[in-house]
Design a protein around this ligand. Sequence first.
Ligand SMILES: Cc1cc2nc3c(=O)[nH]c(=O)nc-3n(C[C@H](O)[C@H](O)[C@H](O)COP(=O)(O)OP(=O)(O)OC[C@H]3O[C@@H](n4cnc5c(N)ncnc54)[C@H](O)[C@@H]3O)c2cc1C
Length: 419
Amino acid sequence: MKVLVLGAGVVGMATAYYLERAGHEVTVVERHAGAADETSYGNAGGLCPSFAGPWAAPGMVSKVLRMMWQADAPIRFRPQWSQHQWRWIVRWLGECNATSFRRNKLRMQRVAHYSLACLRSLADEEGLQDFDFHADGTLWLFRTAQEVSYGRLAAQALDDFGVPWRWLEPHEIDAQQPGLITRSAQVAGALYLPADASGDSHLFTQSLARLLRTRGVALQFNTTVEGFDTEGDRILAVRTSAGRLQADAYVVALGNQAPFLLRPLGLNLPVYPLKGYSISVPLRQDAPDIRAALMDEHNKVMISRLGSRIRAAGMAELGGYGLHADTAQRDMLLRVVRDFIPTGMDESQVELWAGLRPMTPDGPPILGATRWRGLFLNAGHGSNGWTQACGTSRIVADLVSGRTPDIDLEGLTGERFSI
Ligand SMILES: Cc1cc2nc3c(=O)[nH]c(=O)nc-3n(C[C@H](O)[C@H](O)[C@H](O)COP(=O)(O)OP(=O)(O)OC[C@H]3O[C@@H](n4cnc5c(N)ncnc54)[C@H](O)[C@@H]3O)c2cc1C
């Protein structure tokens, strides 16, 4: 079958990979000059199924409102004159309760664990080694007594989800991760999550692009998708800046742009951006060899070592599509990294980046068929898209090929939003 994949982020490229492996003739259409130039470029690097969970949680509403007045808050809300934003917020509010949280978390856990397994076998089978992959777990660090209580509660919940963990007292933390200094951050306890890993999603996607080229997949860069031509319940073609492109099936992996392209088809995709920032800092020879990903609960910042760089990412701003970043975010992220890794960074070469997490209001992505024949979705991966990309892409490739996916799709399709 001829399949067009729209979007060359980590999700689109992984979809192209599994489709090509299933024997299809695949073309990827992307508006940028290369793969992974938007949200998949500078994320925190965490491949963390243990963490995968919704942003909609009990207590989040009061947290967001409280932080609205705090200058350096890790969470920000900027109201917009946008129906799309307010519709999304209303749905999100409806999910901020204990019952929905548990249901959504279970759904996300199902796909995230499957996904990490898919990524590992893809990397092994194809010999992909150049994306700074480490399988050394996550250290979730708690600074205050209140955070420690929260961490202990979270640990109990992990048992329900079958996620392995170990609680570490302050004197045990530095031994778990030699080189890590937790004194100045006054860490009061930590959860070690051994099932997690980390890696660079930009490098991974670029490697995949090179591999796919050798297998005859057409990567049509610098081409913007503008809309769909339809007839009855069928997609006839995709209109692009390079003309009309026709196929037997189309997979939408357009990240934050998916709702705009799908609206004219009557598909109202509840995906809204949650902005975040990252810094990448080169490491000097004398830098400590930190392998585990670090999650600083106090500042909601994740730090991971990606080869010869440290990547730190965080902040969550609900307020439109702008990508501006300035020194305030850079300084905040640097301060947090220095708390744990006080030496070994070359701070003269900090790369600052902003990206938009494509969030669904409940958390899980939106996968699979639509009411349009031949049109499939692989969208809404939110804050866990790197973790979930290989699993969701394999699922969507299975669906396009008429095969039953390996995991149950309950709660992972557009059905829950009547799409
Ligand atoms: C600060 C931050 C930290 C994060 N940390 C993590 C983490 O530690 N772990 C994790 O699992 N996830 C993390 N994420 C989330 C993860 O990065 C995203 O979920 C993931 O990158 C989404 O991938 P995507 O392919 O769906 O979107 P994108 O990478 O945005 O890809 C969509 C592609 O579609 C293209 N496109 C859009 N419109 C058009 C059009 N009209 N025509 C042609 N092409 C088009 C875009 O150019 C883009 O290349 C983080 C995100 C942020 C912002």
